[in-house]
Design a protein around this ligand. Structure first.
Ligand SMILES: Nc1ncnc2c1ncn2[C@@H]1O[C@H](COP(=O)(O)OP(=O)(O)OP(=O)(O)O)[C@@H](O)[C@H]1O
Length: 258
């Protein structure tokens, strides 16, 4: 297995959240996890950052359980941006991005010349040149999210985990952040796994969609395989029309009623 879950079950106390989830995420592709509120999407992602420990099963990277890797070695491979991320808001964009170099820093040493080069490259790649000296609290939500994503890119990960990266953003910034994620994924050949609530953006920006229902994987595959009237009825209990977005060659939905 390249990267994924092997028979992962998660419980909080006696409450079972997911049971026996197995998936090998396709390398170099973007997979979006969808499902109703509370179905366990964030809990699954948290097993990757080890904030949640599976009751049974394991998260696997390159055929080894992630628990077998040293934290810094793993952080060079997998970057994780949680849903809620707080930092001292008086730091600059550049400083935030430099935190991505943490796994590469030697004990007691500052940033190396190579670290600075990678920070510069990341700033350029994520279009943050003009904002790099601004403090985070002076940025709009969309600009701030761009800075956080840049921090994860500065980690030079093979795998990027994003939990609801566009929540609280207006439609313009949602598109901007989704475009950034797509460009970074393609240019850097990163395997991206994210959670989104917007089905249309998920269909448009993902190679694969994974849906969770009743504690298990309900459907997984290309967007047009998962985004169907029957499946959306099962997953979200909604009736919907499905149309073809010819320009973006993906399905799009018009929700009708619950
Ligand atoms: N630390 C915790 N202790 C107990 N229960 C928890 C804990 N974290 C999450 N839960 C519960 O587990 C269930 C799954 O939560 P989770 O956040 O993984 O769902 P989700 O699919 O990401 O939801 P949403 O779409 O609303 O963000 C919910 O019922 C939630 O209340």
């Amino acid at each position: 297995m390249y990267f994924g879950f092997e028979n992962v079950s998660i419980s909080y106390g006696k409450k079972k959240i997911v049971q026996d989830v197995t998936i090998d995420f396709p390398k170099g592709k973007t997979t979006t996890i969808i499902g109703a509120n509370g179905c366990g999407k964030t809990s699954l992602l948290k097993t990757i950052s080890r904030a949640v420990h599976p009751e049974t099963g394991k998260v696997v990277f390159n055929n080894r359980p992630i628990g077998h890797y040293k934290p810094k070695a793993l952080a060079k491979k997998i970057a994780y941006l949680p849903q809620i991320h707080e930092s001292p808001s008086d730091i600059s964009v550049r400083t935030l991005i430099s935190y991505g170099r943490y796994p590469y820093r030697k004990f007691g040493k500052g940033l190396s010349e190579q670290d600075h080069e990678i920070i510069d490259k990341t700033i350029c790649l994520t279009g943050l040149d003009h904002l790099q000296d601004r403090t985070l609290n002076n940025l709009s939500g969309g600009e701030r999210q761009r800075a956080w994503i840049a921090m994860t890119i500065c980690q030079e990960p093979e795998i990027l985990i994003l939990d609801e990266p566009i929540t609280y953003l207006d439609i313009g910034y949602q598109l901007e952040v989704m475009e950034l994620i797509r460009t970074l994924g393609a240019q850097l050949n990163i395997t991206i796994i994210m959670v989104l609530h917007d089905i249309n953006l998920a269909a448009r920006y993902s190679h694969h969609i994974l849906s969770i229902k009743d504690k298990q994987i309900y459907a997984c595959g290309e967007p047009r395989h998962v985004i169907t009237e029957d499946k959306l009825l099962d997953i979200f209990n909604i009736h919907s029309q499905i149309h073809e977005d010819h320009r973006n060659t993906c399905p799009f939905i018009i929700p009708e009623k619950k």
